[in-house]
Design a protein around this ligand. Structure first.
Ligand code: GLU
Length: 297
C-alpha cells in the first residue's frame, strides 16, 4: 500500500483498533479524540486494523469496525493498513535485533512462569515484582541458556522472543523520552523508564511479532507523527520509545486520553461484555447522541 512518507510536513494521526470484538463507547471516544485532534492540527487521520492475534480476530469484526466508524461519521484518509499483511516486516525487524544479540528465545509456559513466581515468593518472603500492567516480571531463566543450546531448541520447540532489556538499554544510550502534546497546542518532554517492564515479549509463539513491535513499526511505516490513544497505553510507551531508538525510527508525539469506566470502575472491555456501538445503535442512539454523550458536540 502507499504510505505517507515519514518526513511528510503534514501531521498524521491514526486510530488502531483490534478486531477481536465489536467497538464500544471507549473506542468511540478514542476515534473521536483522534478526529478532533486531526482537525485541530490540520492532519490526516489513518485507520489501522491491529489483527496480529490470529486466534481472536475475525473478518466480521473488521467489517463491523468499518461500519461502526462510518456510522459515527468519522472519515479516514488513505488506505486501511492491516497488520496481518505485514508479518515479513516484523520478521525483518526481529532479525535485526537478533543480529545485535538483543533478543533471546524463551521456552517457558504460563505454568512455568507461575511456578517460578511461587518459588521466588516462597524463597524471598516477598511478592514478585510486577510490571506497570501488574504482570510478574520475567525472571530471565531462559536468558541463561547457552546460545548454541537456545538456537538448537528454538529450531524445534515453541518459544517466544524476549527483549534482553539490560542489553537493549545499554545499546540505546542515554536520554530516552518523548514529547506529550495536549489539545491546547502545548507539549512537554516526558522521560521514560523501559526497565520497569523487564524482558518484554517481542514475538509470540504463533506470530512473528507482539503488540509492542508491530505498533512501533507500523506507526513509522504510516508516517504517524501524533499518536492519540488511551491512558492505559501510557506506560507501554516506554517500550515503544526504546524500540524506536534501537530500530532507528522517529518517535512521534503522544497524547493519552481519559478512559471510560464501567460502574465497577474498570475500563470498558469487549471481554467484559461492554455494550457495543451496534447495540447502542439498535437501541435508538444516533451518531450525534453518541458524540454528545462523549463530549464532542
Ligand atoms: N490496538 C490497540 C487497542 O485496540 C491500540 C493500539 C494503540 O493505539 O497504540 O487497544
Amino acid at each position: 500500500m502507499a504510505s505517507i512518507p515519514p518526513d511528510s510536513p503534514q501531521p498524521v494521526l491514526r486510530f488502531a483498533p483490534s478486531p477481536n470484538g465489536r467497538l464500544h463507547l471507549g473506542h468511540a471516544l478514542s476515534a473521536l479524540t483522534n478526529e478532533a485532534m486531526a482537525l485541530r492540527l490540520g492532519g490526516l487521520l489513518l485507520l489501522r486494523i491491529e489483527d496480529i492475534d490470529l486466534g481472536r480476530c475475525r473478518p466480521e469484526f473488521v467489517s463491523g469496525i468499518v461500519a461502526d466508524l462510518d456510522w459515527l461519521g468519522i472519515r479516514f484518509d488513505g488506505p486501511v493498513r492491516r497488520q496481518s499483511e505485514h508479518f515479513q516486516d516484523y520478521r525483518a525487524a526481529l532479525a535485526r535485533l537478533s543480529a545485535r544479540r538483543l533478543l533471546y528465545p524463551c521456552f517457558c509456559s504460563r505454568q512455568d512462569i507461575h511456578r517460578e513466581v511461587a518459588a521466588f515468593e516462597a524463597r524471598s518472603g516477598r511478592a514478585c515484582p510486577v510490571d506497570p500492567d501488574g504482570a510478574p516480571l520475567y525472571s530471565g531463566a531462559c536468558k541463561a541458556i547457552a546460545p548454541d543450546e537456545a538456537a538448537r531448541r528454538a529450531a524445534c520447540e515453541p518459544h517466544v522472543l524476549r527483549l534482553d532489556m539490560k542489553a537493549a538499554l545499554a545499546a540505546s544510550g542515554e536520554g530516552l523520552g518523548y514529547r506529550a502534546f495536549d489539545s491546547e497546542g502545548g507539549d512537554r518532554a516526558v522521560p521514560v523508564d523501559p526497565a520497569r517492564w523487564g524482558d518484554v515479549v517481542l514475538a509470540r509463539k504463533d506470530v512473528p511479532t507482539s503488540y509492542h513491535l508491530a505498533v512501533v513499526l507500523d506507526d513509522a511505516a504510516q508516517g504517524v507523527t501524533h499518536v492519540v490513544r488511551g491512558q492505559d497505553l501510557e506506560a507501554a510507551t516506554d517500550i515503544h520509545v526504546l524500540l524506536q531508538r534501537l530500530l532507528g525510527l522517529p518517535t512521534p508525539l503522544y497524547h493519552f486520553h481519559r478512559l471510560l469506566l464501567d460502574e465497577d470502575g474498570r475500563k470498558l472491555a469487549k471481554s467484559r461484555g461492554s455494550t457495543s456501538l451496534a447495540e447502542l445503535r439498535e437501541a435508538g442512539e444516533t451518531p450525534s447522541s453518541i458524540r454528545l454523550r462523549l463530549g464532542f458536540a
